[in-house]
Unconditional design. Structure first.
Lengths: 318, 378
């Protein structure tokens, strides 16, 4: 009974946690949406009070009040003019707040939604790309353009703490601009049901101070592994490279997430478990239990030692 | 009025009586049947047989049941020699000890079953689909077994093709078909002397898979020459445990010990790979790309990373394998056949994403590739 009473509070607390919450904005776009939310809530709360008042009068009011309410002019003003003015004002305000950016963004990041993970590509000024997945690093205080596509079904890209959501539609390219005002980790979630383990399709946006981000970008352009790195031979022989790419090696598959720097990501399997050697090993041997229906087959065929060798190799990629 | 009421009463009463009467009859019947079974009145001896009338009725019911249930499907080409050869080899070990063959008459022991397994020389009266149904499902209360791998319809058709070819076959033709004509040289004098040589067991496999420098007689049977031993041991364990469905191989592996499995696998792994069927042929760049890189948009990985000589010895090699066998396996996965082995979990979803046209071209592609020796990684 007591735990049942606590439920609404827990739900409310979840909404207020800062990792993923539209009510604690950490970026300009999210702040605008929050402002709009509060304005809407205020204005519409007022309208609700007026309607309830009118309802009370219509039922309990004096004959005079009721006659006034049913007069033609009351209906034209209260039922036509008032909503028209209020809704137009809200629309105008909303459009103005959410107006498209006119300036150039500092960085473009391509994100492709796939069942059930995110392909991430940083488009550098020289036209090259840094491949990554499931974790997006951005510089604090800089506007970042997200180019959103999908390769299979409709997904929706949503980082509540940073901005609004936008659908990723097969065959279309959508753009979303976000800016983080404070360093931190902001969780994103697929916000459009996309089958199977949709609920386990999340990601993290890591906002780094500008200098840190520049240093990371510099480093991420260079491969960390070579084919001679110990453990790569088992990774390759097990056929992992047919689906996964690792920069600097012969592994160039594109069916699954890029693993060039998988050990550096805070979370793995689309932000559903912390990255660690043990969790990588678990995902290889028993991934369908952790994330039922995901598109990576389980490799129960490997010996524990082979799995460990691969997991330790991958965990070292940072 | 009173007379109407009275007649209604009579009807109600007689209705009740009928019910009571019926109830007593049923109870009496049940008690009677119970006594019949309990007192052992019925003679279950196979030697006594059925009354002529009972026998006719049973036969009549069986034939109609088969006719009503036979599926409405188009049979494959039943004159295909590959199908007939595979069917013959399976018949030799899986059916002949009951039904006899051109080589051996029905054994007196099998003949004493009730009903006795008939000589299958007279199966003309069944339609192809009816034979298929019989061999796939077996016959209740007769000893005629169902097919062990219930979802392997292609294998059942092989048996049917052979049943169609068997009438009129002489002994020499039959043994040639069922046993192939492979001579397996003894591995070494010592192995045979100590009874550790795999040659006996190999002979049991060579009927289908060939041996020495000779490949399988039927295109539907995989080439084992030079395949990694680990893969083959794993496959044999999976068949024996029913994790990889195949009525033919489940029958061939039942009773094999772990040690025999390892010996057989080692024997075949040590054989020189056969020369691929057909010339290299024209290169098909689309298939070559698919095989090397896959198609990420459709979640298809490249194939060679798992199937060439650098891959784990736990994965099968495809180069030089029979095209029809490769196509058959991929098609079966595509149609939804699932085993419960660890390797099946890896390959089944990938095969399901290929189109039938791709499957056929990929099979041709690998069949023409020359196979090479052992894997580099252990
Ligand atoms: Cu989704």
């Amino acid at each position: 009974m007591r735990s049942a009473a606590a439920l609404p509070f827990c739900l409310a607390l979840g909404g207020c946690s800062t990792v993923q919450s539209a009510l604690s904005p950490a970026g300009e776009q999210a702040a605008q949406i929050a402002v709009l939310t509060w304005i809407l809530l205020g204005v519409l709360g007022g309208v609700l009070l007026i309607v309830l008042g009118a309802l009370w009068l219509a039922i309990r009011g004096s004959d005079n009040a009721r006659r006034l309410l049913s007069a033609d002019w009351a209906v034209s003003i209260g039922g036509i003019a008032f909503p028209a003015v209020v809704l137009t004002a809200l629309l105008a305000g909303g459009l103005w707040l959410m107006r498209p950016a006119t300036t150039d963004a500092a960085l473009t990041i391509e994100v492709e939604g796939r069942q059930w993970w995110w392909r991430v590509g940083y488009v550098l000024d020289d036209g090259t790309r840094i491949e990554a997945a499931n974790e997006i690093r951005i510089p604090v205080g800089q506007e970042v353009d997200f180019v959103l596509t999908s390769s299979d079904v409709i997904h929706s890209f949503w980082v509540p703490s940073l901005g609004g959501k936008l659908d990723m539609i097969p065959g279309r390219t959508n753009r979303l601009r976000l800016k983080a005002e404070r360093p931190g980790i902001y969780r994103g979630q697929c916000a459009e049901y996309c089958g199977g383990p949709h609920a386990l399709m999340a990601f993290e946006v890591v906002a780094l101070p500008e200098a840190d981000f520049a240093a990371w970008r510099q480093a991420a352009g260079q491969p960390v592994s070579t084919v001679r790195e110990s453990g790569f031979d088992v990774f390759a022989a097990a056929g992992c490279g047919s689906c996964h790419a690792i920069a600097g090696t012969s592994a160039n598959g594109r069916v699954g997430p890029d693993l060039s720097r998988v050990g550096e990501r805070r979370m793995m399997a689309a932000a559903t478990m912390p990255t660690s050697e043990e969790n990588i090993a678990r995902f290889i041997a028993d991934g369908q239990r952790h994330k039922p229906g995901n598109l990576m087959p389980e490799f129960d065929v490997l010996t524990d030692e082979q799995t460990k060798t691969i997991a330790s190799y991958l965990a070292r990629l940072k | 009025m009173p007379s109407a009421r009275k007649s209604a009463l009579t009807i109600r009463l007689s209705g009740r009586r009928i019910l009571i009467g019926l109830g007593s009859l049923v109870s009496l019947g049940l008690v009677g049947a119970g006594m019949f079974a309990w007192l052992g009145i019925y003679n279950v001896a196979a030697s006594v047989g059925h009354f002529y009338v009972v026998d006719r009725i049973l036969r009549f019911g069986m034939e109609n049941s088969v006719k009503a249930r036979a599926p409405d499907i188009v049979p494959p080409d039943l004159t295909d020699p590959n199908l007939i050869r595979l069917g013959a080899a399976h018949y030799y070990a899986g059916c002949a000890y009951c039904h006899g063959s051109p080589d051996t008459p029905i054994s007196p022991i099998a003949h004493s079953m009730l009903p006795p397994p008939p000589d299958l020389g007279g199966v003309e009266r069944w339609k192809d689909q009816e034979l298929f149904w019989l061999v796939r499902n077996g016959l209740k209360y007769t000893g005629m077994p169902a097919w062990p791998g219930p979802s392997r319809d292609e294998e059942v058709w092989a048996a049917v093709a052979f049943l169609r070819a068997m009438p009129g076959m002489n002994r020499a033709q039959y043994t040639r078909l069922a046993l192939g004509d492979v001579e397996i040289a003894a591995q070494s004098g010592e192995e045979i002397a100590t009874g550790e040589g795999p040659s006996d067991a190999v002979q049991a496999c060579a009927r289908c898979h060939g041996g020495g420098a000779k490949g399988p007689e039927s295109d539907l049977v995989p080439v084992l020459h030079g395949q990694p031993a680990d893969m083959m041991v794993q496959a044999l364990r999976d068949y024996a445990a029913g994790r990889r469905p195949s009525g033919i191989m489940q029958a061939a592996t039942s009773g094999l010990t772990e040690r025999e499995m390892v010996q057989l696998a080692t024997y075949y792994a040590g054989l020189t790979p056969l020369r691929p069927e057909g010339a290299p042929g024209e290169t098909d760049s689309r298939v070559e790309r698919l095989v090397a890189e896959g198609d990420a948009a459709r979640n298809i990985p490249g194939c060679v990373q798992c199937h060439d000589n650098r891959a784990l010895p736990l994965y099968p090699r495809l180069a030089g394998q029979s095209a029809r066998y490769l196509e058959g396996r991929l098609t079966a996965w595509r149609a939804g056949l699932r085993g419960t082995s660890a390797t099946d979990a890896i390959m089944a979803p990938i095969a399901g994403r290929l189109t039938p046209e791709e499957i056929s071209r990929i099979a041709q592609h690998f069949a023409r590739q020359p196979a090479a020796g052992e894997s580099a990684v252990r």
